[in-house]
Ligand binder design. Structure first.
Ligand SMILES: [Zn+2]
Length: 59
């Protein structure tokens, strides 16, 4: 099972738990409140378009 991060607003803490992807909430081990799943944003750097220097047209 994958590892997901859960965030408890009450404790303002993050918890890592192994659970199924269907589970969107987790009971906080500290306060017992519902902790929400945190979606980690992992983005790969896309290809940056480089400007090509164009030569001026001759008359
Ligand atoms: Zn909590």
């Amino acid at each position: 099972m994958p590892l997901f991060e859960f965030y408890c607003e009450r404790c303002e803490k993050k918890y890592e738990e192994l659970c199924s992807s269907e589970q969107n909430t987790l009971q906080c081990p500290d306060c017992g409140k519902e902790a929400k799943k945190v979606f980690s944003l992992f983005r790969t750097g896309g290809p940056a378009g480089g400007g090509t220097a164009s030569s001026g047209c001759g008359g």
